[in-house]
Design a protein around this ligand. Structure first.
Ligand code: KIV
Ligand code: NA
Length: 275
């Protein structure tokens, strides 16, 4: 059965942990969906993982729609959340609603995610009122990397921790159905989780959140440009892929692939007449 925002609300009430992973293509989304993940995030980490950018700033609406629609075709049960890219919602409430609508209509999202707290509360409210579920994202918000001056843990001082709590309450009031907490000390993330009625989805935010999210290429050991402390490698898929590529190259070079079992035959009397 297709998971919905109601699944998220029920999980918060029952204490069942929510699982979310990123994906950017049909085949990966299908595998994840079959594995039983609750939600697939088409993150703008697409920029790093798939497109090879150093940050998420260059990712466009067209990128998100193109990859989002592919993921949506592979996700039978998982709730598909598509990230709103940098400058698709910061510019105005109008832009935010129009672009969220495009991610739903063209990207076939079930929900959208955007970064920020009190500054984007009007956007969250307007998108929600248009009938589009919004997942908020606070703490470390990578689209603001140029303002942050680097990837750092957020909310460590009393003032910064209070701002995080305030942001969490504001995005909840604005109508968000869930909130991602990125790179926040565990005890602060746990406190925010206790204060909220909507589920918190942590990444680098410890074990007290209502759910967890990871970039799939990180947790499969496929992406090694940088590895934050919170990433656990659940498989060494990158090493397996490299081994497979090396074996293919070896067998083609030495002429052992393709062998008879991977080859189509023609009757000898037919081919002989053509010589
Ligand atoms: O883009 C992304 O992958 C994300 C997650 C890290 C939450 O926003
Ligand atoms: Na993102």
């Amino acid at each position: 059965m297709k998971k919905t925002v109601t699944t998220f609300a029920k999980a918060k009430a029952s204490g069942e942990k929510l699982t979310m992973l990123t994906a950017y293509d049909y085949s990966t989304a299908k595998l994840m969906d079959e594995a039983g993940v609750d939600s697939i995030l088409v993150g703008d980490s697409l920029g790093n993982v798939v497109l090879g950018y150093e940050d998420t700033v260059s990712v466009t609406m067209e990128d998100m729609i193109h990859h989002g629609a592919a993921v949506a075709r592979g996700a039978k049960e998982a709730l598909v959340v598509i990230d709103m890219p940098f400058m698709s919602y910061q510019t105005s409430v109008y832009d935010a609603v129009v672009n969220a609508g495009r991610l739903m209509k063209e990207g076939r999202a079930n929900a959208v995610k955007l970064e920020g707290g009190v500054e984007v509360a009007p956007q969250i409210k307007a998108i929600t009122q248009a009938g589009i579920p919004v997942c908020a994202h606070i703490g470390l918000t990578p689209q603001s990397i140029n303002a942050f001056g680097g990837f750092k843990v957020q909310g460590k001082t009393e003032a910064a921790a209070q701002k995080l709590i305030d942001d969490a309450l504001v995005v909840q009031d604005a109508g968000a159905f869930a909130v991602v907490l990125e790179c926040v000390p565990e005890k602060l993330a746990t406190l925010v989780t206790e204060k909220l009625d909507i589920p918190t989805i942590g990444i680098g935010a410890g074990n007290g959140c209502d759910g967890q999210v990871l970039v799939y290429a990180d947790m499969l050991g496929m992406f090694s440009d940088f590895t934050p402390k919170f990433v656990k490698r659940f498989a060494e898929t990158g090493a397996m892929m490299k081994q497979g590529f090396e074996q293919y190259i070896k067998e083609v070079k030495e002429g052992t692939y393709p062998s008879a079992e991977h080859t189509y035959a023609i009757a000898d009397d037919v081919i002989e007449k053509l010589y």
